[in-house]
Design a protein around this ligand. Structure first.
Ligand code: 2AM
Length: 378
């Protein structure tokens, strides 16, 4: 008998997704370049309860074991391996078959691949993406694929994960003009963490006692940190959701963010009850501009902001770096203001380039000979 679906690329994610699909009762064929991983996966399927998973050592028999039109999920290393695997599989696939790239491929490359394969015009591809609810072009912030339509059942199989390539999330955020300072801070922390030798050298230069000498109540501090972490987490998710929303708007995907939070939770290592809260927030208001202003989240932030500020201040006073928490707090403090210091930039632009400025106290466009004022005052 033929299987319902195929999966090529049996590293950790691939093996687990394949087992997940088999466990849901969908017979699946698996293939990997290095055949020992095929055997390993077959062995795991046997041990985990004789799951309907079938291993193949060569691409031809792998492809031929899948019912038509074939769906092959590919989970191989991004870059050249993707091209190579597509070429290997495409040699045996036919018109109407589909490869779902579940890996970390960059969206631009994904577009190029669809072009190379001929198999598919942009509209069809877009239908496929919608059908598979695949948010591949969200640049791996969130990866979720459900195959319910293809499999003709309400059961879904899922795979979601955070990208190891935060870089893509951040460059997407920048391209979409979405502020994502918490996510950026986490990536920057990774970069700094990588500079071990430099940090060892710097630690010798900046030696000293960074302790502020403040006394803190331990129980209070633990409670404060818990609250600060929670408030920061709201900011982090707000930014992530906003990136997805902006991409969805740009591409006309019409993603339902509440639904996204729900399915995200389903197959995710982050089975956070927090995601339920996010879903509820978007259910309350599908057009929510920012999670922060959902009434429930807003209240939670208000309840925690004193603790949040205490923790960040304490960290700063004691020379402890808290990039995520302080970036989140700065995000909140900017977002909640009707007027920001960025107004000053307008005046500076008028100073160096006569770009004119507006005033908060009267309408119109103004220009000032700033150097005259500066000179007269000095
Ligand atoms: P491998 O086990 O044969 O190395 C993550 O590295 C996954 O991508 C693994 O399943 C790995 O297969 C696969 N992969 C990496 N490079 C590949 C390539 N050039 N062709 C096919 N699969 C590759």
């Amino acid at each position: 008998a033929l299987t319902r679906i195929g999966l090529a690329g049996l590293a950790v994610m691939g093996q687990n997704l394949a087992l997940n699909i088999a466990e849901k009762g969908f017979p699946i064929s698996v293939y990997n370049r290095t055949t020992s991983k095929v055997d390993e996966t077959v062995q795991r399927a046997k041990l985990e309860g004789n799951l309907p998973l079938y291993g193949f050592h060569d691409p031809a028999s792998f492809v031929n074991s899948i019912q038509k039109p074939r769906v092959v999920i590919m989970l191989v290393k991004a870059g050249a391996p993707v091209d190579q695997t597509i070429a290997t599989l495409a040699a045996h696939l036919e018109q109407g078959d589909c490869i779902v790239d579940g890996g970390n491929e960059w969206s631009l490359t994904a577009a190029r691949v669809s072009h190379t394969l001929g198999r598919v015009d942009p509209e069809t591809l877009s239908r496929w993406f919608t059908m598979a609810l695949s948010t591949v072009t969200c640049n791996s912030l969130l990866r979720r694929t459900t195959f319910s339509s293809r499999l003709g059942s309400s059961q879904t199989v899922s795979c979601s994960r955070f990208s190891p390539s935060g870089t893509r999330v951040n460059s997407s955020a920048a391209e979409l003009s979405v502020a994502a300072p918490t996510i950026e801070a986490s990536l920057d922390s990774r970069f700094l963490s990588g500079l071990k030798d430099e940090r060892v050298a710097a630690s010798k230069i900046f030696q000293g006692d960074y302790s502020s000498g403040e006394t803190v109540d331990k129980a209070q501090l633990i409670e404060d940190v818990r609250k600060a972490l929670y408030a920061s987490k709201i900011c982090s998710y707000a930014q992530g959701m906003n990136i997805i929303k902006a991409k969805s708007t740009e591409k006309g995907w019409g993603l339902n963010l509440g639904e996204l939070a729900r399915i995200w939770k389903g197959g995710c290592i982050i089975r956070a009850s927090f995601l339920d809260r996010i879903k509820k927030a978007y259910d309350r208001n599908g057009e929510l501009a920012n999670l922060l202003i959902d009434p429930e989240f807003a209240q939670e932030i208000m309840d925690r902001q004193a603790a949040w500020r205490r923790v960040v201040c304490l960290a700063i006073n004691n020379g402890v770096s808290t990039p995520g928490m302080s970036a989140s707090l700065a995000y909140f403090d900017s977002y909640r203001r009707d007027r920001l210091p960025a107004n000053l930039v307008q005046a500076q632009r008028d100073y160096f380039g006569a770009h004119t400025y507006e005033r908060v106290d009267m309408p119109g466009s103004f220009h000032t000979e700033w150097y005259k004022i500066a000179n007269s005052k000095i």
